[in-house]
Design a protein around this ligand. Structure first.
Ligand SMILES: C[S@@+](CC[C@H](N)C(=O)[O-])C[C@H]1O[C@@H](n2cnc3c(N)ncnc32)[C@H](O)[C@@H]1O
Length: 284
């Protein structure tokens, strides 16, 4: 067994290799979390003309959806730390003929925002990677108009997310994992609602609500078979990083076990897994 693997992710990882990896597998990532995005955009209840910031916008799937909602009198800015992703998102918006959206590269935790420039701060899974989330949310709040709102999705604990729990169970059979550092930047940093409430309250937000969203998501998006989905997990998810450092026989065992676990959840639509996210909303 090699050195203990860890799941912690840093902002600079997203600015470089992780951002490029997200882009390389973007259809699969976006396909997988599409149900969360659809529900979050619907919850946002965007009015025509609203000015929106999509925080950690990735390749811009939700930015484009929001741009359609706010229409030609509104504006959506996608902000992301990965230059590869903002470049891809810009091209996508051009291709879609959406002129009310644009993309900027920067760290949302420190980037100076137009004071009161936004009616909605929105994010699908783009706000759990800040080194100092208290300072980052105070910074984001400065960009919110007096009547504005924040709405974002973050993952609930792995225990409530079959899609990662099943994978972790397979991985720990073969690889010694560091116990995850609670609240460390990463996909599950905001798993505890009390912690999220504390961050937003201390950053100056009021009326903080943390509502559960639960649904089915398909590993790698709809239409994938178990083996293809297992390969996606090992090649693209951060948990796959440590798999690639293992000897070939361990890598083969991981692929076999994950494929077997996914086969048990395979449906005609794809590998269907239960997922739970928190939809967090607040006012300035
Ligand atoms: C899980 S992906 C979600 C992407 C996109 N929101 C989506 O749903 O398709 C997380 C995104 O957050 C971005 N990100 C991470 N830390 C960031 C930071 N400090 N400032 C801006 N973007 C950040 C990453 O580059 C990545 O695009």
């Amino acid at each position: 067994m090699s050195e203990k693997a860890s799941e912690n992710i840093k902002a600079e990882d997203w600015a470089g290799e992780m951002g490029e990896r997200w882009l390389a597998h973007v259809d699969k990532f976006e396909g997988m979390i599409a149900p969360v995005g659809d529900a979050l955009v619907a919850t946002a209840n965007v009015k025509p003309g609203e000015r929106i910031l999509d925080v950690g916008c990735g390749a811009g799937a939700t930015t484009l959806a929001l741009a359609r909602e706010t229409g030609p009198t509104g504006r959506v800015i996608g902000l992301d730390i990965s230059p590869a992703l903002t470049k891809a998102a810009t091209k996508r918006a051009e291709k879609a003929g959406l002129s009310n959206t644009s993309f900027i590269t920067g760290d949302a935790g420190t980037k100076t925002l137009e004071k009161g420039g936004y009616d909605l701060l929105f994010s699908r899974f783009g706000v759990m990677f800040f080194e100092d989330p208290y300072a980052a949310f105070a910074n984001l709040r400065s960009g919110l108009s007096d009547n504005g709102r924040v709405l974002f999705a973050c993952w609930a604990s792995p225990m409530m997310n079959e899609w990662i729990l099943d994978v972790m169970q397979c991985v720990t059979r073969h690889v010694e994992m560091e116990p995850p550092t609670p609240r460390a930047p990463g996909p599950f940093a905001f798993a505890e609602p009390d912690y999220v409430e504390d961050i937003l309250t201390k950053a100056g937000f009021s009326d903080v609500k943390v509502d559960p969203w639960s649904g089915t998501q398909y590993i790698g998006g709809k239409g994938m078979r178990a083996k293809e989905a297992a390969e996606f997990v090992l090649n693209a998810l951060s948990i796959g990083d440590m798999a690639r450092k293992q000897p070939p026989e361990v890598q083969a065992a991981l692929l076999r076990d994950i494929t077997e676990a996914f086969a048990a959840k395979e449906t005609p639509e794809g590998v269907a897994m239960k997922a739970t996210a928190w939809f967090v909303s607040a006012k300035p």
